[in-house]
Design a protein around this ligand. Sequence first.
Ligand SMILES: [Zn+2]
Length: 375
Amino acid sequence: MTRTLRGQLVLPEGVRPGRVAFGTHLEAVTAEDSAPEGVFLLPGFVDTHVHGGGGGDAMDGPEGVRTLARLHAQRGTTTLLPTTITHEWARVLGALWGVREVMDAGGVPGGADIVGAHLEGPFISPGRLGAQPPHAVDPTPERVAQVLEAGVVRAVTLAPELPGAEAAALAFVAAGVRVGLGHTRADAETVAALLNRVHAAGGRGCATHLFNAMGGVEGRLPGPPGALMADPQAFLEIILDGIHVHPVSVNLARAAAPGRVLIITDAMRAAGMGDGESELGGQHVTVRGGKATLADGTLAGSVLTMDAALRNAVALGLPLPEASAMLSGVPAASVGLEDRGRLEVGLRADVTVLDRDLNVQQVYVGGQPVLEERP
Ligand SMILES: [Zn+2]
């Protein structure tokens, strides 16, 4: 069955009236003289860093993965990487095998496509945990082999100063894994050196939530953000919830790295659940006014969803095509997905339909409706 949607096509080169036709893949993307105003057709969002949502968390096992995949699909995300948190070794491995179980079962009906996991920790600096519980360990060859055995890790976060980090990064590159640097106390030189090794080996380097859980940028001390922005190839994750990163810093990253900035949610269990009490990595979290914090005030991930991130980006003044690319095309490229991320004939029919206020109206994952037009 072929479905046709008409509206304003959000393409990399601009917004054009037109229509898309698709079965499981996009069969036509056609500009037309006119199309309904206030209907925006975008490539579905790709979230490479999302711990939870809708009450579920990647650390819960398969049911948590299914719950978060469904919640975020309702908000326009059509592809995601369930993201683990630093925890006891056995629990981290268990979470990866839980993602494997969901993928082996054919994914999540009514949910976003699961294309692997993001292993955020435990290979991070014990001195820059952010909201991660204190179970950081070094990336020994044995541990790296164990996490790769589950066959699902598609992105990893590493602190480059840890013993064994370089060998680990190269092992992840060899396995096709995006190597994110973050939760680090390293200096700019150490970050730049590891990025160079990753890129020389043909890998994809990345910043894990740029500016968060790493030092700042100063003239004589450019820190991890300076090294990451200055590298000509590194992708840069940014949490665009209006809380984690100052608007000027967002614009700094855009100016330094056009086409390399991608938006993530870093959402935790409470995303989509309103204010209240929640949990992250076994720690108590309070959500108030859209801000998730541990008891000591540390930001505990976010309750952001990708549709809200898009509205935040547009409110900051980003053109819609650029914001859309930061939510779809760039993140897809960052994890080596060439079959999605743009409205282009032949790609997967991952389509998110927004109204004039950029609220989600319809969502299709591989052509299957997960949210159908509201009456
Ligand atoms: Zn983090």
